[in-house]
Ligand binder design. Structure first.
Ligand code: PMP
Length: 381
C-alpha cells in the first residue's frame, strides 16, 4: 500500500506540459519552451574547471556533514558582503540542492501537526515539503494588484499555537516580484515563529537590490543555492543558513540522510561564489534584455502585468479576461502553436487564470514564441 502521506504529494503540472512538448518534439515539431524554470546558459567555465581540478586531485570523498568548511566560510563571506549580516560556518548546511536543504529545515522545526504558513499562489513544491515533515499547510490568499505579497492581517488570522513557520520567497517563482525592505521588515515582525526565506533567485535582480531576511531577524532559515544564478541546476548544490542552536541537529539530520553533499561539486561551489562574477553579470544583462522585451510584448497582446517583475526569470501574466482554465489553455496553446507555458493553477488556486512565462530562453526563441502566441490569440480571442 502507498502511504497516505505519499499519496497526498501533488505533482508538478509544468512537468505535464514538458511531457507534451517532448511528445511533439519526437514527432519533429519545433516547440518553443517558455514553461521551464531553468537557465539556458551553460555553467561558467571557471566553475566547471574547479570541479574537474577537484576530481583530478581526488576530492572524491565524503566531506563534513554540514559541508566543506572552506565552502561554508565562503557562503558566510558572501552573506556579509551582500547583506552585511554575520553568520558563522556552523550555521550553514550544504546539501545536494536547495530542495533537500528545505526538507531538512522542515524536519528540524516541525513536529507532527505543526503548521507552516505559505502564500497562494507559490512555488508548487512547498506544500509537499511541509507534508513530508509531518506538518500542515496553512494557505494565505494574496492579491495580484499587491504583487501577491502577504497582508499582515491575513497572516495574523492564520496564526495558531501550532504555527511554526512562515515561508517567503523573493524574488518569487512564479511572479518574478522582489520584496521591498519594508515588506521584509513587516514579515520579520512574525519572528515568534521562524521565517523560512527561499532566496534561491537572489542575484537575479534587474532593478534596485534584493534584501535578505537575515538583515531583519536572525530567527530565520534561509534557503539558497547555485542552480539559478550560476546556471548549475544539474550539479545539485544548495544550502541552508539557520539559527546557531540548530547546528548539531542539522548536522545529525544530514549525517543520517545524506552523509554529505558531493565533495568535488562543493569545490565548484567555491569557484562559483568567488570567481564567476563576470559570467553572472553577463547573464544578468541578457536576462534583463529578454525581460524588457517579454513585458512589452505581453502587455501589447493584452495580458495584464499588475506589478513589474524585477527578479528571477518569470513573468506571471494575468489572462483572466480570456482564460478561465489555465490548465486547458496551456495545453491548447502547446497543441496549436507549439509554445510551452506554465498554467497558473500549478501555483495554487490563486494562480488560476494566469500563465507563467519563463525568459530563460534565447531572445530569438522568445520572439518566435510570442509571435506564435499572438497568432493564437488573434484566432481565439
Ligand atoms: N525554490 C524555488 C522557488 C525554485 O524555483 C526552485 C527550482 N525550481 C527551487 C527552490 C529548487 O532548486 P534546487 O533544488 O535546484 O536548488
Amino acid at each position: 500500500m502507498i502511504s497516505k502521506r505519499a499519496s497526498q504529494f501533488t505533482s508538478f503540472i509544468v512537468m505535464d506540459v514538458m511531457a507534451k512538448a517532448e511528445e511533439l518534439e519526437r514527432k519533429g515539431e519545433k516547440v518553443i519552451h517558455m514553461e521551464v524554470g531553468e537557465p539556458d546558459f551553460p555553467t561558467p567555465k571557471v566553475i566547471t574547471r574547479a570541479a574537474i581540478d577537484a576530481l583530478r586531485n581526488n576530492k572524491t570523498r565524503y566531506t563534513h556533514a554540514l559541508g566543506l568548511l572552506e565552502l561554508r566560510q565562503v557562503i558566510c563571506d558572501f552573506y556579509f558582503k551582500e547583506y552585511g549580516v554575520n553568520i558563522k560556518p556552523d550555521q550553514v548546511l550544504v546539501s545536494t540542492g536547495t530542495s533537500p536543504a528545505l526538507l531538512f529545515a522542515m524536519l528540524a522545526i516541525l513536529d507532527h501537526g505543526d503548521e507552516v504558513i505559505i502564500s497562494n499562489p507559490r512555488y508548487p513544491c512547498y506544500q509537499n515539503f511541509v507534508l513530508a515533515a509531518g506538518g500542515k499547510v496553512k494557505e494565505v490568499k494574496t492579491y495580484p494588484e499587491e504583487g501577491f505579497q502577504y497582508r499582515s492581517k491575513d497572516i495574523k488570522k492564520k496564526l495558531t499555537p501550532r504555527t511554526k513557520a512562515i515561508l517567503i520567497n523573493s524574488p518569487s517563482n512564479p511572479t518574478g516580484i522582489v520584496m521591498s525592505k519594508d515588506q521584509l521588515q513587516n514579515i520579520a515582525q512574525f519572528d515568534k515563529q521562524y521565517i523560512i526565506s527561499d532566496e534561491i533567485y537572489h542575484g537575479l535582480v534587474y532593478k534596485n537590490r534584493a534584501h535578505s531576511i537575515l538583515e531583519f531577524t536572525d530567527k530565520a532559515f534561509v534557503i539558497n543555492g547555485f542552480s539559478k544564478l550560476y546556471a548549475m541546476t544539474g550539479w545539485r548544490l544548495g544550502y541552508c543558513i539557520f539559527p546557531k542552536k540548530f547546528s548539531k541537529v542539522m548536522q545529525r539530520i544530514h549525517q543520517n540522510f545524506m552523509i554529505s553533499a558531493n565533495g568535488f561539486i562543493q569545490w565548484a561551489g567555491i569557484a562559483a561564489l568567488t570567481k564567476a562574477q563576470k559570467d553572472v553579470a553577463k547573464m544578468i544583462r541578457i536576462y534583463d534584455e529578454r525581460r524588457k522585451y517579454m513585458l512589452a510584448r505581453l502587455t501589447d497582446m493584452g495580458f495584464v502585468i499588475h506589478v513589474e517583475p524585477t527578479g528571477a526569470f518569470y513573468v506571471f501574466a494575468d489572462a483572466r479576461h480570456f482564460c478561465k482554465n489555465s490548465y486547458k489553455e496551456a495545453f491548447r496553446i502547446i497543441e496549436e502553436v507549439k509554445v510551452g507555458v506554465t498554467p497558473g493553477i500549478d501555483f495554487g488556486s490563486g494562480g488560476e487564470g494566469f500563465l507563467r512565462f519563463s525568459y530563460a530562453n534565447s531572445l530569438e526563441n522568445i520572439k518566435e514564441g510570442l509571435n506564435r502566441l499572438e497568432r493564437y490569440l488573434g484566432k481565439h480571442k
